[in-house]
Design a binder for this molecule. Structure first.
Ligand SMILES: Cc1ncc(COP(=O)(O)O)c(C=O)c1O
Length: 355
């Protein structure tokens, strides 16, 4: 039997042969002492690429975000973020570990309305929480991999500076955002006080993320990372794979974008799916399953029986993600399977789509 076409996430990617070789040969040291040469090299390289002073290697994107929030904020602070933010929905409210609360604002298509953000910033008061941080996400996962532009970043940065607030960017897929807009990743990081990105998504490394900012912030973040148990030792074995990811896996993300577009164009006309092609900007295809008399879970199970795996965001919102290992032929086959499964539902007469 053929292996399934796995479009659940770009996190399912496996390390390449070159990464496995690099892992085997990696020079290592104790990174809690700052003595792992491969980690140090990775941190310097990533900081240079994003135009930040210093980087701090992390086991996961979730820990990068958590450490950023705990380092920027004090107990009792409120964090302003979009109401579809990964930090809000998919990181088990880790910010509560620091006594922080979330202040969601309408997310738009991945970039919140700055008037709503400004209105959510609290004036100093004896009674209310202090606004401690503004968070953005680029690309925006739950909004379908949409990008935030350098101009939007500049406007958000200006608001944050005016309001004396740090700005953290969850840039798990920042190279997808940069590539899609034809700009250097540093242009998307310039206005951020801190930014994180992941090696283990489209870049295909087995694990790892990095948090970047100025020296004083990263020194404090290093203590926070230790506090939450993220101080790793001979972790150059992972940094070695991440170095290969940066050298060899960034430019090829364009293929994933082209494949996502192809898939989206095939799925958009199908009855029972609602898909806005304007949101397909990188490697994520987000859509709604609108057939009233079949649950999204049952629909996904039918796709799975025919060898296509996708995932659910929430309710009827589903998602397919392209990545290394998904070729054009897989995309065409997946689109055929969608068509066949939806065809069996005899739409639109037997089952009216939900609107
Ligand atoms: C936007 C975004 N931020 C953060 C993360 C967290 O990364 P990790 O799963 O490595 O903790 C993800 C993971 O999918 C993500 O999509």
């Amino acid at each position: 039997m053929q292996p399934p076409i796995d479009l659940r996430s770009d996190t399912v990617t496996h390390p390449t042969e070159r990464m496995r070789d690099a892992i085997r040969r990696a020079e290592v040291g104790d990174d809690v002492y700052g003595e792992d040469p491969t980690v140090n090299r990775l941190q310097e390289l990533a900081a240079g690429l994003l135009g930040k002073e210093v980087g701090l290697f992390m086991p996961t994107g979730t820990m990068s975000n958590l450490v950023a929030l705990l380092t920027h904020c004090q107990r009792g602070d409120e964090v302003i973020l979009g109401d579809e933010a990964h930090i809000l929905h998919s990181e088990v409210s880790g910010y509560t570990l620091g006594g922080l609360s979330a202040r969601p604002v309408p997310n738009g298509r991945g970039f919140p309305d700055l008037q709503a953000v400004e209105a959510a910033i609290r004036p100093p008061s004896l009674y209310g929480p202090r606004t401690g941080l503004l968070c953005l996400e680029n690309t925006h996962n739950r909004c379908g991999g949409t990008v935030v532009s350098p101009q939007q970043m500049a406007a958000a940065g200006a608001l944050a500076r005016r309001s004396n607030l740090p700005l953290h960017v969850d840039g798990a897929r920042i190279f997808n955002a940069a590539l899609a807009q034809g700009v250097p990743a540093a242009d998307l990081a310039r206005d951020a006080t801190s930014i994180s990105f992941c090696f283990s998504k489209g870049l295909s490394a087995p694990a790892g993320s990095i948090l970047l900012g100025d020296r004083a912030f990263i020194e404090r973040a290093r203590r926070t990372r230790r506090m939450v148990g993220g101080g790793m030792r001979q972790v150059g074995v992972l940094a070695a794979a991440a170095l290969v990811a940066l050298a060899e896996m960034v430019d090829r993300l364009a293929e994933d974008h082209a494949h996502a577009r192809l898939l989206a164009e095939r799925l958009a006309p199908l009855p029972g799916l609602e898909l806005d092609l304007d949101t397909v900007q990188t490697n994520i295809v987000a859509f709604r399953f609108t057939v009233a008399n079949l649950s999204p879970e049952a629909f996904m199970a039918r796709l799975r029986e025919r060898g296509v795996l996708i995932s659910a965001h929430a309710g009827r919102r589903l998602r397919a993600v392209t990545h290394h290992g998904i070729e054009r032929a897989h995309v065409l086959r997946a689109a055929e399977v969608f068509e066949a499964v939806l065809g069996e539902l005899a739409l639109p007469s037997a089952a009216a789509p939900l609107r």
